[in-house]
Design a protein around this ligand. Sequence first.
Ligand code: PSU
Ligand code: MN
Length: 291
Amino acid sequence: MALESTVIAHGLPWPHNLDTARKMESAVRDKGAVPATIAVLEGRMVVGLSSEQLASFAETEGIVKVSRADLGRVLASRQTGATTVAGTMLIAARAGVRMFATGGIGGVHRGAELSFDISADLTELARTPVAVVCAGAKAILDLPRTLEALETLGVPVVGYRTNEFPAFYVRESGLPLKARVDSPEEAARLMNAHWETGLSSGIVFCNPPPADCALKKQEVEALVGRALHSAAAAGIRGNGVTPYLLDYLSKESQGRTMETNISLLVHNAGVAAEIAAAYSALASSRGGATP
Ligand code: PSU
Ligand code: MN
């Protein structure tokens, strides 16, 4: 099961990043799956960082962010890179890995009608057959437009024990989902049916943050409004926007958004591992015949 590395290099500060990456790997193992944290190390795609590689990766500063468009360049120049949701899915699929857990996918940024800033995570989901467990898209984004874009791209967005698109730190967004599953087995059957038809798109499983660590919508919206003003004033553009906003939210909330982010990352890893185990059991019961 895949885990990404942009959240380690750019989503969380040291030492929380390493601690969280290790907790996610343990959560995966506890549910009977095998974690493979994906990154680019000195120009090589690595599927399954060793404990030492993970520690040194988490301590290194200034690691480049690797999405689909960046991969060739980073490999050619023998750089070390942190894979985003898009970059991780692309490498996972090449290695035959179908399951992936992250915090929140990228999506349509607020103000995208002017900036055109839409995460390559969305187009990757349209073309790469990997299922992603997440708490929806990050709260800094325009969630209704992100859902619309996913629909246009033909990506199934499935609630895991919820009828609503979660809002990352917040359990509900008021945005209804068309599909819902209530168990790992049901999720595995959906994956199998989706790919058995020959569809090559990904699947988004939305797992709301645990109730005991979720934040209130009003509080997050107020923080996000200030974060967006600050990013605009500082002239932050391109792939620096998301890390800037996440860092701003954490500082302004005295670390509370970061704590929620960590809890939901670990929670998502556990749920994805349960689904991965159910999918693999489904494959064996069919003589290894799942796509
Ligand atoms: N989930 C988190 N924290 C993160 C991310 C996901 O809890 O930092 C990362 C993912 O790697 C995702 C990226 O692909 O943020 C989105 O970046 P952008 O908006 O530049 O596409
Ligand atoms: Mn972007």
